[in-house]
Design a protein around this ligand. Structure first.
Ligand code: KG4
Ligand code: ZN
Length: 335
């Protein structure tokens, strides 16, 4: 039965080494993620060389753990899917070469996956089949893309960020406020203690589906400097700034997505990527959208390999497999 095909997914595009086994493109049998956050946090961000070395150490044990947890033997697998980009070149190379080795040794089809497409397909792992056409807002550390999807594998990018990605803005604002790394969860946590009482600028970019977050980030920087230099900065104010930033970023993301969804008469809105783990974004989108909003559970929003395996399944049943020439594509885009 094609829906029971089991795909091994491997993800190593940034600072998470991950392996997963997914059956039928929708059922997660195992999803193992080894985060490198602690390694990188003392540098305030991901150090590419450190990341690739760590992937090399972690990958094989993580893959073996995924198979054990899934209670699946190598011979039960139908394909190996691996992220080929976008991401850090050295990190991607580790995953792709390990995937090639496994596919070759086990005689399995090898399928290279676009990490952004995989973020979208995390939505197929939640027990509901998203109806087409749909609009997907991908908000991650490197991307803010508004994608119109008319069917499996059919993508039209309506807009993207002209400067900082949404997640990058959360990370940079957290650094400005001294809240640590990664910034998204830190901002969300701090915001719970604060009020969104500062009106920070929103870049609407009317007439375009693009986004811009650098003005908002600069406004936070100026406000923080002003409060620091006058000796007024303290924890409650820091929480208020975090909440005001989060409110402004979410306001723009939701307003522009809902407006584009109406214009393109889609059936539903999907959220994807690490920032989609943000509760204010999830709740505000659901509240303001007149059509259904689907989002993966938070652990499937941030980088994982279940989303890679799910995407691999849909490529596999459409008859696609890559050759041994498969290479990494650090600057890959979608649509
Ligand atoms: O998708 P992802 O795990 O990796 C990339 O493909 O980039 O996204 C990571 C980004 C980081 O910028 C992180 O700060 C952000 O997602 N993020 C969040 C939250 N959790 C992770 N941003 C806002 N709120 C969160 N709860
Ligand atoms: Zn990602």
């Amino acid at each position: 039965m094609p829906q029971m095909l089991k795909v091994l997914g491997i993800e190593s595009s940034c600072d998470e080494t991950a392996a997963a086994v997914v059956a039928g493109g929708t059922k997660v049998l195992a999803n193992v993620v080894a985060s490198q956050i602690e390694l990188h946090s003392r540098f305030g961000g991901v150090v590419p060389e450190v990341a690739s070395r760590q992937h090399l150490l972690a990958a094989i044990p993580i893959i073996e753990r995924a198979l054990t947890q899934a209670q699946v033997a190598w011979t039960d697998l139908s394909a190996v899917a691996v992220t080929i980009g976008p991401g850090l070149v050295g990190s991607l190379l580790v995953g792709v070469n390990i995937a090639k080795g496994i596919a070759l040794a086990q005689g399995l089809p090898l399928i290279g996956i676009n990490h952004l497409e995989a973020h979208i397909y995390a939505n197929w792992l939640e027990g509901k089949e998203p109806p087409f056409p749909l609009l997907c807002l991908i908000v991650s550390g490197g991307h803010t893309d508004l994608i119109l999807m008319k069917g499996h594998g059919v993508y039209l990018r309506l807009g993207n960020s002209r400067d900082d990605a949404a997640g990058e803005a959360f990370d940079k604002v957290a650094r400005i406020l001294g809240l640590g790394y990664p910034g998204g969860p830190a901002i969300e946590q701090a915001s719970r203690e604060g009020k969104a009482c500062y009106h920070l600028p929103r870049a609407w970019l009317r007439g375009s589906d693009d986004f811009s977050f650098s003005g908002l980030k600069t406004a936070v920087f100026r406000l923080t400097e002003e409060l620091r230099s006058s000796g007024r900065m303290n924890s409650p104010l820091r929480a208020d700034i975090a909440a005001s930033f989060q409110q402004a970023a979410v306001d723009v993301l939701v307003t522009k997505t809902v407006e584009a969804a109406r214009r393109h008469q889609v059936q539903c809105i999907l959220l994807a990527g690490g920032v989609a783990a943000n509760n204010l974004l999830r709740e505000t989108m659901a509240l303001r959208s007149p059509i259904p909003v689907l989002c993966p559970s938070p652990t499937l929003c941030t980088d994982n390999a279940a989303m890679v395996a799910a995407t691999g399944y849909f490529h596999l049943i459409s008859g696609r497999a890559d050759s041994w020439e498969l290479d990494v594509r650090p600057n890959l885009r979608l649509g």
